[in-house]
Design a protein around this ligand. Structure first.
Ligand code: SF4
Ligand code: FE2
Length: 627
């Protein structure tokens, strides 16, 4: 067993770009060159265009915009708008899942696969469950969830999952998120021309809007996806482009919402469809995934992961992709023109993400089965249009064990320690590993790829460094896929760990990097941290746990960053959130927020230093606890 290196990934990409050159395909690698150097005002966050007296940009000569706003106000407003975009996006995904749950029915396309979880949530929310039909309950819970978006009074229901100490901090500092849509609206209101220009107020609202995502929209997205499609359990899969099969019809699902991908997987598995694929000259059908949609179906069905964010063009460049089917978020508009260079069908399905040069097959809960069938059929019929001379699938892949929901982690860790039987099924065994020092702590590795950072390198190098130091990793999103492609989710990767983590991996039969799911599933990490803190009688901020997004790029990631620090977890970033133009904003984000939420950001572009800083932070927390 050997880990795959980033150099090997890059060699595979280079070979694919040769195919691209033959057909005149564009690629992000070229567009980055065209966009370099980037606009410095934009990079520093000092450009404002929120009213038409501007646009204004702050320089030494012009320290204020026409309205008189200074650089701190401009950077702060931009930061808040960025966060609101991310919070809205995650939360709207959560809302779609609520609607899907609402549409679930015994004889419908969508069923309740985890009724126990539904009942648990209903009880948590004070909804009567006794003697109710499970679908009546699903409707009631879904409707209650939908009200979380617009209720006029009160704060988010799931906040009660946090330790008391955390809830008190939120209350005291006016950070407890109210209705989700209200936090997004309020953010846009505050950052409108002529409203807030005080950095503290803007950052506080950014945290509150972030928290409405993490403990609101995203958490509902995760929980109700589990109710509908099953709570993930450990399952074997594979990762990297080598999962595509040359002789088969290749359907690639990309985006975020499992409502689409689940249905595609369902029908691609249908004997009738497989027979049709054979009729059309293929040996079978392979569904693989890109980005978070991939994480969703990998976690629940073991569907292989073709790649992460910056590999989305690569799947088309293989020349063996019959259809790339997308829903929302993180989809390159480049896929339209690119797919035209090949036989690939670029199928968009959501009114939220409509793109030129795509075939739009509108997907909704009522017609899900029919539309999924149509999409699979379209892909099958496209197999014959392949240009054999353009087909090249890099033979690169690794095995991975995925599916570590919080529930699955708790169960796996039961095997590790000498805990009493009555402590099994809790986080106590994991806490014992941490207290005894067998594990030094945990890092949540999350986020995207970004051409500003050599893709995947920061994720993989940081993980290797951390596991060697007996720090267990929980991962989600494109970070998780980077780990899987490298082989860090193969149980044999225990051999690159320190002695303590290696022992835990052997006893619990887990890989050192645990795949917790998609980006909305960072809410699983919040629940895990909250449960650990409650079981240990500590504040979340006292746990030797940190978050890290070394290659992040989207607005959603900023929203995540805000709710992670907002939940008491120090967060380490490898890319600056367009805030470096304001000394006051930098001070608040890297230090000032500690006063409100006991955590802050560290931004460090040097990977080695970023890793050292995380280890130092974990050791500092251990020392403070005397462990
Ligand atoms: Fe310029 Fe102020 Fe208008 Fe921004 S809000 S564009 S700083 S005048
Ligand atoms: Fe994602």
């Amino acid at each position: 067993f050997k880990l795959t290196t980033v150099e090997e990934f890059e060699a595979a990409t280079a070979r694919l770009l040769e195919t691209g050159a033959k057909v005149g395909a564009d690629a992000w690698q070229f567009r980055v060159k065209n966009q370099t150097p980037h606009c410095k005002f934009g990079e520093e966050g000092v450009c404002c265009r929120i009213c038409t007296m501007g646009p204004c940009r702050i320089t030494k000569k012009a320290p204020r915009g026409i309205c008189g706003c200074d650089v701190h106000g401009i950077v702060g407003r931009n930061y808040l708008k960025f966060t609101a975009g991310g919070s809205a996006t995650h939360s709207d995904h959560g809302r779609e899942i609520c609607h899907t749950l609402y549409e679930s029915a015994a004889d419908g396309c969508y069923k309740v696969k985890d009724p126990d979880k539904l009942i648990r949530i209903a009880k948590e929310w004070g909804i009567e469950t006794e003697g109710k039909d499970i679908y009546d309950l699903a409707h009631e819970v879904a409707e209650t969830g939908l009200m979380e978006y617009g209720k006029p009074f009160g704060t988010q229901r799931f906040l009660k999952r946090a330790p008391e100490s955390q809830q008190e901090l939120w209350e005291k500092n006016e950070l407890a998120p109210r209705a989700i849509d209200r936090e997004v609206s309020c953010s846009l209101h505050m950052s409108h021309m002529g409203c807030s220009s005080k950095p503290e107020a803007l950052v506080k609202q950014a945290i509150r809007a972030g928290l409405s995502d993490g403990w609101g929209g995203s958490m509902m997205g995760t929980e109700f996806s589990d109710v509908l499609f099953g709570t993930p359990k450990p399952i074997e899969t594979e990762a990297n482009l080598g999962v595509m099969v040359e002789d088969n019809v290749n359907i690639v699902v990309h985006g975020h919402d499992p409502s689409l991908s689940e249905m595609i997987c369902e029908f691609a598995d249908d004997p009738e469809m497989i027979a049709y694929a054979k009729e059309q000259g293929a040996k079978g059908i392979t569904v693989s995934g890109v980005c978070c949609t991939s994480n969703e179906v990998a976690m629940r069905r073991g569907i292989p992961m073709a790649g992460n964010f910056l590999q989305q063009e690569n799947v088309v460049l293989t020349g063996a992709c019959e259809a790339i089917v997308v829903d929302v978020q993180c989809i390159f508009p480049a896929l339209g023109p690119l797919s035209k260079c090949f036989h690939t069908k670029f199928i968009t399905t959501s009114p939220i993400a409509q793109m030129p040069d795509s075939e739009f097959i509108r997907f909704d809960a009522h017609t899900a089965g029919e539309k999924a069938k149509l999409i699979v059929r379209t892909a099958i019929e496209n197999f014959k249009n392949r240009k054999p001379e353009l087909v090249h699938i890099p033979q690169l892949k690794q095995k991975a064990t995925v599916g570590y929901s919080t529930e699955a982690i708790v169960k796996a860790l039961d095997g590790v320690t000498n805990s009493q039987v009555d402590e099994l099924g809790t986080t106590k065994p994991l806490l014992e590993c941490i207290t005894s020092g067998v594990l030094r702590g945990a890092v949540a590795m999350v986020g995207c790829n970004n051409p500003r950072v050599r893709p995947d390198l920061a994720h993989i190098e940081l993980m290797k460094k951390l596991v060697a130091n007996d720090i267990i990793i929980i991962a989600s999103g494109c970070s998780a896929q980077a780990a899987a492609k490298a082989g860090l989710m193969d149980k044999r990767a225990k051999d690159v760990c320190g002695a303590g983590l290696k022992r835990v991996c052997e006893l619990a039969d887990i890989p050192p990097v645990l795949h917790m799911g998609s980006c909305v599933d960072i809410s699983r990490m919040l629940v895990l941290a909250a449960t650990l803190a409650k079981d240990a009688g500590l504040h979340i901020s006292q746990l030797p746990v940190v978050g890290c997004a070394p290659e992040w790029m989207s607005e959603k990631a900023v929203s995540i960053g805000n709710y992670v620090i907002g939940s008491g977890i120090d967060t380490f970033l490898g890319v600056d959130p367009y805030a470096c133009g304001s000394s006051e904003m930098v001070e608040i984000l890297t230090n000032g927020t500690k006063e409100w939420v006991e955590a802050a950001f560290t931004v460090e572009k040097d990977i080695e230093k970023l890793g050292d800083a995380m280890i130092a932070k974990i050791e500092e927390k251990r020392a403070a606890l005397g462990i």
